[in-house]
Design a protein around this ligand. Structure first.
Ligand code: SF4
Length: 389
């Protein structure tokens, strides 16, 4: 089995490999094969942490990892929650986008010895974008070449004929696919009027292309979801216990959102440490920024308020809006920030003064401190913030 399929189980070739394999998903579920536990982990991690990468990747072989994807799709369908399906698809796509970046950034020498081989042209072909996205070089004046001409750089040729140069930093994408891929929630910078449009193509940089590819992956993952099941479908009853666990996780949302007070002095140490780190202009890792955004969202801050709160930090407004959008469902409910245990596993929590004794998650700790405090003033009501607004 090609390890590439396990990393990108929604690729067409991976789906064909599953269809062609002599494997029965109901039998797999009935025997509680490793792919089932990994499938449950995929959905749980998607709902809790915004990723579907395993916390114990060495525990699963390539086949279990690949087959856990259809199992996860069955599980998330059984939750009967549109918000859960959307969060699951976003997490799968974000995980795939991280992997695509990792795999493409490897040097050719390294790549030739690695078991996974992926080129940008392979990825573009996968999403039917091979003809719509073309690499190009910007001129020194910041435009489409100093003479107004587009220069085509040497481009990787895909797994069937790979040149040795690195992928370029700029691309032109046909306006039709661009409009299909971008999301109005991404901010004004993405609106066509704010883009350089020439000969029916839009200029985008490498980071923009990564985001478009993540969007294409999300659309692919959402195809066919949620599944519908017959009442007497054996697979549903065999997965009942896993579904009940995941439903409990979804229900935790009900306990979030009762806050609507922002007192930074009373934030738990883990969140203060992350804010201090961002204020030193140090980049936060994806789990760090997700934990911070989940906490700030859960205490009732709007995306605009979070952008203002983080104005003097390394966090940029566009990234904040993107993450906070992920953390809210259509009804405006939020998912809770990770527990102290999870934050500890990521090295974010240092359990200062043994305050795990006080609370099991940062929200509960904050709530306890609010209850004990007197004369609190909401950050949003403070003079300097009100004047700046
Ligand atoms: S124990 Fe919990 S609340 Fe306290 S710093 Fe660690 S993660 Fe944060």
């Amino acid at each position: 089995m090609d390890p590439l399929y396990a990393r990108y189980p929604f690729f067409e070739a991976a789906r064909e490999a599953v269809a062609g394999a002599d494997v029965s998903l109901p039998a797999l579920v009935a025997s509680d094969a490793p792919a089932v536990e990994r499938g449950r982990e995929r959905v749980e991690r998607a709902l809790r942490s915004g990723t579907t990468a395993s916390e114990t990747p060495d525990a699963y072989d390539v086949t279990a990892e690949l087959l856990s994807y259809p199992i996860a799709r069955i599980l998330v369908s059984l939750l009967e929650s549109t918000a859960a399906v959307e969060k699951y698809a976003s997490a799968e796509a974000a995980t795939a986008a991280d992997r695509i970046r990792e795999d493409l950034e490897r040097e050719d020498a390294l790549r030739s010895t690695d078991s996974v081989s992926l080129d940008l042209s392979d990825v573009l072909r996968e999403f039917d974008l091979a003809d719509a996205v073309r690499p190009a070089v910007r001129g020194t004046n910041g435009g489409a070449g100093s003479t107004g001409q587009v220069v085509e750089p040497h481009v990787r040729g895909g797994s069937s004929g790979r040149p040795s140069t690195r992928d370029p930093e700029w691309f032109r994408i046909d306006v039709g696919p661009y409009l299909q891929l971008f999301d109005a929630e991404w901010g004004d910078r993405w609106r066509l009027v704010n883009r350089e449009l020439r000969d029916g193509t839009v200029w985008i940089d490498r980071a923009d292309l990564d985001r478009c590819l993540e969007r294409a992956a999300r659309s692919r993952i959402l195809e066919g979801l949620p599944f519908e099941f017959a009442d007497d479908d054996g697979i549903s009853s065999d997965l009942e216990a896993h579904v009940a666990d995941l439903r409990r996780l979804l229900d935790e949302r009900a306990t979030v959102g009762s806050f609507d007070v922002v007192v930074p002095e009373l934030f738990p140490p883990c969140m203060r440490n992350l804010i201090d780190k961002a204020e030193r202009e140090a980049a936060l890792s994806p789990p760090e920024s997700l934990a911070l955004m989940a906490f700030l969202t859960a205490i009732g801050m709007s995306p605009d308020e979070i952008v203002a709160f983080c104005a003097d930090t390394s966090l940029d407004a566009e990234g904040i809006r993107y993450q906070t959008e992920y953390l809210r469902d259509e009804a405006g409910a939020q998912y809770p920030p990770p527990t102290c245990e999870t934050l500890s596993a990521y090295g974010i929590c240092h359990n200062e003064d043994d305050h795990w004794q006080v609370a099991g998650d940062p929200l509960a700790y904050y709530e306890a401190r609010l209850e004990a405090a007197e004369d609190i003033v909401d950050w949003r009501d403070r003079n300097d913030v009100a004047e700046a607004a």
